[in-house]
Design a protein around this ligand. Sequence first.
Ligand SMILES: Cc1cc2nc3c(=O)[nH]c(=O)nc-3n(C[C@H](O)[C@H](O)[C@H](O)COP(=O)(O)OP(=O)(O)OC[C@H]3O[C@@H](n4cnc5c(N)ncnc54)[C@H](O)[C@@H]3O)c2cc1C
Length: 436
Amino acid sequence: MNNHKPSHPDTDRRRLLGGGAALVSLAGLATLGLTGCATTASGPSLGRVVVIGGGYGGATAARYLKMWGGNIEVTLVERNTSFVSCPISNYVVGGHAGIDRITRGYDGLKAMGVKVVQGDVTAIDATAKKVRLAGGGELPYDRVIVSPGIDFMTEQVGGLQAALDAGGVTHGWKAGPQTLALRRQLEAMPDGGVFAMTIPLAPYRCPPGPYERVCMVASYFKKAKPKSKILILDANPDIQSKKGLFMRAWEQHYAGMVEYRPNAALREVAGTTAKLEFEDVKADVLNVIPPQRAGDIAKNAGLITANNRWCGVDWLTMESTAVPGVHVLGDATLSAPAMPKSGHMANQHAKVAAAAIIQLLKGEPVNPTPVVMNTCYSFVTGTDVVHVASVHQYDAADKTFKAVPGSGGLSAAANQIEGRYALSWADNIWGDMLAV
Ligand SMILES: Cc1cc2nc3c(=O)[nH]c(=O)nc-3n(C[C@H](O)[C@H](O)[C@H](O)COP(=O)(O)OP(=O)(O)OC[C@H]3O[C@@H](n4cnc5c(N)ncnc54)[C@H](O)[C@@H]3O)c2cc1C
């Protein structure tokens, strides 16, 4: 993954995600008795699967259930009309691309025979095996997949919900209107102004994401508002990912512009002032990344099992440890040791779940040895990128995924070739999940 050579995006798609998927799926495919990608439905229906959430986990699961499962009725329920990616959204915040670069539709899935319903799931009735939609509709299922991403624990920070509702403060941690709102605030900020970003205690979605955002904001300021300052108020004791690489980028490209403050937990928001335990920090633009937990539907359906935040799963099937017949993917899960909350990982969870659900619907054993992988790219300038990668193998004794010793690693230094890889990775994974 980290030593491939640049090539045409289509070739990259086959190699990167074909290769990535193969780690998860070859054993699964062998168990399934499939020799290729079976898209043609034949014979009696294997069953009905409803997928809640058309993001990295849910869309991938819908596609792979259809592709590997053949005659499975797959319904995907997503509240938004199109998919807007969080990965690469910091690049948009930095002004290096427009929102259309990270937006894709659901037509590819529809063309494969996935029924795509635009709507909001309000409840899961696990006894009657039905999903309820806002507006009153119901969808019966044999198995349901829940990949709702995260929702925010705004109650932990005084004044935060009101500030977000009023629009004076942004989070930008769900891509779409928030990405654009943050960009507009940066454009409106005077040269010499202060951009402050707060980071919650880990775990949160995308460990390197906040530090990449700093780089992207800095790249814009360097060009358009060079007298401006960036303050990172991190509730954690240290930078959570790619520390040396980010610090080098701040020194090399944005000297004097970026200040990092550890152990700076946000207590309250008042206007664009961040109130910490011992001081108030006045900003011109305040970007708050709120504390996070599994999405609301996971909470309402009783899937949360750890710290009132995350959903425990059986890693062989991604089935909830709390509610039978319900499978949870992506950020909403209680992560295995050293497993990041990332889009790439949600995509891999989806393939484990799709293969397992097909087996369960057939009454056959699931793959006992899944392997998943992750690569996360971060832009440090408009062209230069760094990555972190890891491989995780199921450990039957401890019933969890564990990082494979010696696998993965970090870029030696930021470079432009990885800038091309990062954008190709994005195009490839969107193709993999949405069939576009
Ligand atoms: C700034 C930023 C940068 C990032 N960069 C990277 C990166 O470079 N690489 C990487 O791998 N990851 C990255 N991530 C992390 C990545 O975005 C998440 O880990 C990934 O989106 C998780 O996938 P998911 O399926 O769990 O959730 P999501 O992709 O968020 O999908 C959840 C979907 O469910 C829908 N939904 C929720 N509830 C309901 C409901 N009740 N009814 C109907 N629909 C519902 C939502 O609308 C959403 O579309 C980044 C994140 C951020 C914020």
